[in-house]
Design a protein. Structure first.
Length: 545
């Protein structure tokens, strides 16, 4: 997508840009962090690269995505092997696969590239107040919905209002906590009931929207590319609330065929599209079931051009197929074996810590992930997250685990059950198997409840103990807000610690990545000490070349 013409001479420049310029010049931040942060503060990518080049005294590489697209031929059909799931409501998506189909129909206000730089999309530009509590988004003019309606502020206000209504059940509640307030009431689980603060989102004019936050948040633009933040039409709810049945969007493709568990077909939109012309005439998503071998066989026989996921069980076989090269891409994708802190026996922190002390993280990595990745630290922050703070390693301590169990009233051991759905492959089951072996040494007997992936997602937030695969997010504060803030829909552990929430708020508001790392030490320690996670390990995703 072509960059917006820079208006630096006429637009207000956030004072944080100057702060970041000094940090880069003094060697206190990386070039990557400079580019990511200054673009979040509202300057264009072109300007950010220009400023960084001037400070470093050398030209740095521009957007390689546009360069790669320039040589790409247009036309043709792409056949993609991937599960085809229901995709009714983008605001409540819990599987990335749903958004992979939907994002070609509906779009996002912004777009975060593989370089972790957030660029304009349906929002043409944005600006933040000095205190990062007020954000103004200028929406792109001339954008048409596929039904002929004009896109504008009413659509954006509708989406925010709907996301932040607890009745919707959107995980976006965890991302935009600074736009919520507590009602003083609690739900049946004891979690605080929240609502959107007055005037949290305002229509300034037909193409301008203002967000008013109760506390500072730097990552607001980046949060708007989280996959459940796709912008649907303002009449989405009135017209059935099901994108697969009424696929009105601003994107370059129209849904021409859709059958859950079989196929989804997208065809290039006939009506004029506001952005650059789509390269492909058609995209076909073909569901090959849940057998990892079927996907490998399909790409080997050229029935499909690519597959969404390469399971670790087929990794060695994939490497032997002529014409296929497997590459390892660092990511924050991870598996979490978590315990529900408000359900017995996990309401006793000593039981949770006993499980945590049993875990041999290096053996987990070697056996369950074939050594691909980084060892666990029992907190949900990956080493490649920019705000990551390295804590001292926790070592396996079987004697310590037995002591804690005895103090908790289980001198003869304890029986536990852990759900696993293999939603990202059988490595999940293997991870639980390794933990089971480790815990047995302390008298903790874990029974594995292996279930179909679809069935797993029906109970993932309810079961006392489960392994859940969490997808990549560029910032730790994003995933922590989604997964561990009190009362948010994806808080599967029912964790509720006001000190944690307050520490996370402070980290979210911090401009300097070095200062944010310092604040993240407290965040990580709280999560680690509360032993919400019996195992956490980020690993590398494999892809095709």
């Amino acid at each position: 997508m072509a960059e917006k013409k820079d208006k630096l001479s006429t637009e207000r420049i956030h004072p944080g840009v100057k702060e970041m310029e000094k940090s880069l010049a003094d060697g206190k931040c990386s070039r990557r962090e400079f580019l990511r942060t200054t673009t979040l503060l509202g300057i264009s990518v072109t300007t950010a690269y220009g400023l960084a080049s001037a400070i470093l005294g050398k030209d740095i590489l521009p957007d390689l995505i546009s360069t790669a697209h320039a040589a790409q031929k247009k036309g043709g059909v792409l056949k993609w092997g991937m599960q085809v799931m229901e995709m009714a409501d983008p605001a409540t998506y819990s599987w990335t696969e749903k958004s992979i189909v939907a994002r070609n129909i509906v779009e996002y206000l912004v777009e975060t590239g593989p370089d972790n730089i957030t660029r304009p999309n349906l929002a043409e530009s944005w600006e933040a107040s000095d205190d990062l509590k007020t954000w103004i988004f200028h929406l792109r003019k001339g954008v048409k919905w596929s039904n002929g309606d004009d896109f504008g502020a009413d659509d954006v206000v509708f989406n925010f209002t709907r996301w932040l209504d607890p009745k919707t059940g959107s995980s976006n509640l965890g991302l935009f906590n600074a736009m919520l307030e507590e009602t003083g009431e609690k739900d049946k689980k004891g979690n605080p009931i929240k609502r959107m603060i007055k005037n949290a989102v305002e229509k300034v004019d037909a193409h301008t929207v203002r967000l008013n936050l109760k506390s500072a948040v730097l990552s607001i633009p980046e949060n708007l590319y989280n996959y459940p933040t796709a912008i649907v039409h303002r009449n989405f709810a009135k017209e059935g609330g099901d994108l697969s049945k009424n696929p009105v969007g601003t994107g370059p493709y129209a849904l021409s065929d859709f059958k859950v568990g079989e196929i989804a077909v997208l065809k290039k939109r006939k009506a004029p599209y506001w952005g650059d012309e789509a390269f492909l005439d058609e995209i076909r998503f073909i569901d090959l079931g849940q057998d990892a071998g079927a996907y490998l066989a399909a790409i080997a026989s050229k029935q499909v051009d690519g597959i969404y996921m390469l399971d670790l069980t087929t990794l060695q076989a994939a490497k032997s197929i002529p014409g296929i090269k497997v590459v390892s891409i660092p990511s924050t994708q991870t598996g979490v074996i978590r315990m529900k802190v408000n359900k017995k026996p996990f309401d006793d922190v000593r039981v949770r810590k006993a499980v945590q002390k049993c875990c041999d993280v290096e053996r987990q990595l070697k056996i369950a992930h074939q050594g691909l990745g980084v060892v666990a630290e029992h907190h949900h922050v990956a080493s490649i997250h920019p705000e990551y703070f390295k804590l001292p390693a926790l070592k396996q301590d079987i004697a310590g685990a037995k002591k804690l169990l005895k103090e908790a009233g289980y001198p003869d051991g304890i029986e536990l059950t852990c759900n696993v759905g293999n939603t990202d492959g059988v490595w999940e089951q293997n991870s639980v198997a390794v933990l089971k072996e480790d815990c047995a040494k302390a008298g903790i007997n874990i029974k594995m409840n292996v279930m179909p992936s679809a069935q797993y997602w029906d109970v993932w937030t309810k079961a006392p103990m489960s392994l859940t695969s969490w997808t990549h997010r560029p910032l730790a504060v994003m995933v922590l807000g989604l997964a561990y803030r009190a009362g948010v829909p994806w808080n599967e552990s029912s964790y509720n610690n006001p000190k944690f929430d307050a520490a996370l708020d402070e980290a979210e508001a911090t401009l300097s990545v070095k200062d944010r790392q310092v604040k993240m030490e407290k965040v990580e320690k709280i999560l680690q000490n509360d032993a919400v996670l019996g195992f956490y390990g980020n690993f590398r995703k494999c892809g095709w070349l």
